[in-house]
Design a protein around this ligand. Sequence first.
Ligand SMILES: *Cc1c(COP(=O)(O)O)cnc(C)c1O
Length: 373
Amino acid sequence: MQVPFVDLQAQHAPMREELLDVIGRVIDSGSFSGGSFVDQFEREFASYCGTRHAVGVASGTDALWLAMKALGIGPGDEVITAAMGFIATVEAILMTGATPVLVDIDPVTYTLACGGLRQALSPRTRAIVPVHLFGQAADMDAILDFAAEHGLLVIEDAAQSHGAEYRGRRVGALGRAGCFSFYPGKNLGALGEGGAVVTDDDAMADAIRSLRDHGRIGRNEHGRIGWNSRMDGIQAAVLNLKLKNLDEKNELRRNIAARYRNAFQDVQDLTSPTTGENRTHVFHIFAIRYRERARLMEALERKKIGFGIHYPTPIHLQPACAPLGLTRGTYPVSEECADEFLSLPIYAELQFEQVEAVIQAVLEAAPAACVLS
Ligand SMILES: *Cc1c(COP(=O)(O)O)cnc(C)c1O
């Protein structure tokens, strides 16, 4: 039995007719760039997140960049984020002209280690961008307290955690703004690219609406230098359709995670992900930690079971980040995780037998403690 790491065909096949129908409606309306479908998605997504505004943009990377830009972050500023994650967060910080300052991740939740904040703080610090990595919120109480104490903005990178909750509130609604990606593989994915910023801040929402559309303040009037980062109508219509099933699909991901956790609990040296206190996990990624990862990878390959590694290189060791001057040893937890993380297939469409096949393959390659002793 083959188990692909992601299976977008399996996700879309049962909704093909509905997808074609909403795409047809966009074609009939001619609202391809911005327009009524985008307006509708923005209303629905803001309501889902529990914020006053959602502003659709062209990608998650743009959402991060434009959110920071709208808040006036730029050259001379420092922005704190985590060393383990996807490069886009740091790219967006650099695109504003600000300097990223990294902190290590927590060894249990894999999100920003709040103990590192004090050391990262300087008189130039303007903001913290916590990444809700793999589908669970960072330790937001501690982050928001620290930010309040030092007058810092908090902009959430929620690109991997659509629908995850922290103390009963959805991510994106916890800081000044939350940034989402609708890349096809995300928990809420478009049939192409897309992103959104959610916020309660009216002025900020207005600023992003203007920035994403060439700084427009009138049809032929440009109040500032902006960019083209409009969301397209087809993606908005598709996202609106898929938003209706997001909670249900996240619940199915949680069920698969529970089966994996349960099956692996006696495996020597294998660490399953842990959900932190006061939060729900939406398992965009199910990353186990295993010291002899190469052996496990070989076994999974042999059995045609897909897997991923998120991420094999921490951000500070990426060649692109060499100018930051950070060497190996700077963020030991991120570095250890980069060597040990292995992501197993997890998506709502996984069949019961497919999950069983993944479990069997892992258990064969990584024996249980009781077998060894
Ligand atoms: C996917 C992702 C992004 C970037 O989103 P795009 O839509 O691909 O530009 C940013 N941050 C994190 C944590 C992501 O996983």
